[in-house]
Design a binder for this molecule. Structure first.
Ligand code: CAA
Ligand code: NAD
Length: 305
């Protein structure tokens, strides 16, 4: 594979997962955070996830009769340690200079992302491919800001990255054909099924998913049904793993608000892109969902309380 060394910017909810799957795919990974304390908490989440996945891999090997318990545990633990050894944290942008691919997973704010790519464009080697994990912003605008539009794609992973099998690979009219193929091959190496998308608002998944989530919030505002009943209805009626209200908590209310606000600004006449008042109110109160322990529901770590 053309991509051997990967930089990830942001080690939050998405960034830590992207770091992990890239390392599981055999890449050397450098992860950049704004502050050491965010780096520490992101790396701690990776450790926890690797431990959990190693336990599961060992159980599976025993169940399938491939190894006895002690050997299965030893192998799974060694594999997790090898993955972890491929990951290095940093707070210096310079450490991304020789990466083959840099994936951005910072706050959903277009100006902040453009500023970052302008800086990276001046630091990284000429062959570095840039990618954004944005949920909703135009890849083309970030590509222009980076100064290397031909070497720019969207790589949109899904939450939780370690478990969700999809990656959307987004090309603009300027994306070089080989760069697009390299990005797809990288997604596959991370264990994901890549789908090709054009640079349209929300690509495929979020163009369908986010209006569904906001419509559920509007149902709640109108008092059509409780949050619990909306979620139960979609889980049992459609077989979804989570209902739309719980999913909003899982994604983060701040991120969901940034996505819809960005669209409202750009497409003021599109009725599917309007912000529910309840979303704005909860964000104002700091109730951001799972990440702050409360959104529409209360959370204890990764689980509903
Ligand atoms: N790493 C390793 N293991 C993990 C993990 C992680 N990050 N997260 C969960 N697990 C493990 C759990 O510990 C659990 O293990 P046990 O079976 O040993 O208990 C197992 O995975 C299953 O997890 P849960 O018990 O929490 O429950 P679940 O069966 O409901 O699965 C889920 C969780 C995979 C998140 C599932 O509920 C689901 O698919 N939800 C929908 C997620 C979704 O739609 N994501 C897309 C969001 S939109 C987006 O990402 C795009 C955007 O731009 C906003
Ligand atoms: P998050 O708030 O959990 O993490 C963002 C991280 O980026 C934080 O740890 C922050 O300290 C760090 N950061 C901010 N500016 C930085 C900079 N200049 N340099 C280095 N680090 C910086 O957010 P998230 O939920 O992981 O979302 C990140 C991106 O992924 C957003 O664009 C979001 O839209 C997208 N996304 C989110 C989800 C989701 O379900 N939350 C799913 C897919 C895509």
């Amino acid at each position: 594979m053309a991509i051997q060394k990967v930089g990830v910017v942001g080690c939050g909810l998405m960034g830590h997962g992207i770091v992990q799957v890239a390392a599981q795919g055999g890449c050397q990974v450098v992860v950049l955070e704004a502050e050491q304390k965010f780096l520490d908490s992101g790396l701690a989440r990776i450790d926890k996830s690797l431990t959990k996945l190693a336990e599961k891999a060992a159980e599976k090997a025993v169940k399938e009769g491939k190894a006895n318990e002690a050997d299965a545990k030893a192998k799974a633990t060694a594999d997790a340690a090898a993955t972890r050894a491929r990951i290095r944290g940093t707070t210096s942008q310079q450490d991304l200079a020789d990466c083959d691919l840099v994936i951005e997973a910072i706050v959903e704010n277009l100006d902040v992302k453009k500023k970052l790519f302008k800086e990276l464009g001046a630091i990284c080697k000429a062959s570095t491919i840039f990618a954004s994990n944005t949920s909703s912003f135009p890849i083309g605008e970030m590509a222009t800001a980076s100064g290397r539009p031909a070497r720019f794609v969207g790589l949109h992973f899904f939450n939780p990255v370690q478990l969700m099998k999809l990656v959307e690979v987004v090309r603009t009219d300027s994306t070089d054909a080989q760069v697009f193929e390299d990005a797809k091959a990288f997604g596959a190496a991370c264990g994901k099924a890549p789908v090709a998308c054009k640079d349209t608002p929300g690509f495929v998944v979020n163009r369908l998913l986010v209006p569904y989530m906001t419509e559920a919030m509007r149902m709640l505002e109108r008092g059509d049904a409780t949050a619990q009943d909306i979620d139960t209805a979609m889980k049992l009626g459609c077989g979804y793993p989570m209902g739309p209200i719980e999913l909003t908590d899982y994604v983060g209310l701040d991120t969901t608000l940034f996505i819809v606000e960005g669209w409202t600004k750009r497409y003021p006449d599109e009725p599917a892109f309007t912000v529910p008042a309840v979303l704005r109110e909860k964000v104002k109160l700091g109730k951001l969902g799972r990440k702050t322990g409360e959104g529409f529901y209360k959370w204890e770590g990764d689980k509903r309380a």
